[in-house]
Design a protein around this ligand. Sequence first.
Ligand code: PRT
Ligand code: ZN
Length: 286
Amino acid sequence: MEQIIRIAVQKSGRLSDDSLSLIKECGIKFYNGTGKLKSTSTNFPIEFLFLRDDDIPGYVADGVADLGIVGENELVEKDKEVLTLKKLGFSKCRLSLAIPKGQAYPGVSYFEGKNIATSYPKILSDYLKKVNVSASIHEISGSVEIAPSIGLAEGICDIVSSGSTLMMNGLKEVEEIFKSEAVLIANTKLEAWKQEIIDKLLFRINAVQKGKSNKYVLLNAPNESLEKIVSLIPGMRSPTILPLAQAGWSSVHSVLQEDQFWENIEELRAAGAEGILVVPIEKMII
Ligand code: PRT
Ligand code: ZN
């Protein structure tokens, strides 16, 4: 039998585009025409299952899929036994408690004896236990934010990203109870050959992620300030220094984390750096 691993990704929703872009940036080609539930890569031993995000933790725990990409909120809520291999840095959001805008909020004791509507009963009940509040949890699967206005609950616990859905429904966020982003998860009992393929995939994901947070920097500098400039942009091993056609000047090339660059920009300019170019890196292997 051909040795191939399976990854479960969301079919369509807030995780799908970024999940598929990450896989494409890893150089893995596949066809995902509309309505397809399965697809096999043409250049990497991986098969894709396109599923609802709610089902992904279960499929990975049962071994129907070896890997999955899912939000941490869904993962913790479903409480399945899987390994989290990597945080992926996209689909970031938070799970928060919210109440009608006009209500005074004395603290989490507000919820004592009240009704809270949510699609995340497990995360919410763990939180309420932790803060020692007893409230009734009403599980509903969607449109949670209308629950207070129709008299179903005095508060809600739902995913918040920009906060505009809460605002539009006359609610205010009062407690953040969980932070989430997309994660790569794996079955806990993988054969060695599967692990080898997953290691190759992880190597590529790491290279893509490093590339994104780093920039290639090129600048011109008078030779007398090279020492100072090299100390400000030390690079992967050390910067490349090339002489310019104009005597007394050099071109310095280096790799930097973007935030380091912004921290050092004033000092670089003060040291005489000019013609500074900052260029994106597609992949970075160190
Ligand atoms: O069909 P399927 O079951 O696969 O998808 P789904 O409808 O259950 O999930 P989907 O695609 O909406 O979200 C998938 C995952 O994206 C979630 O599990 C989160 O991990 C993550 N994510 C990131 C979000 C949001 N941002 C988000 N803003 N999930 C939902 N929302 C919703 C939220 O429920 C609320 O209705 O957006 C609204 C709030 O957004 P703001 O920007 O108005 O605050
Ligand atoms: Zn879902």
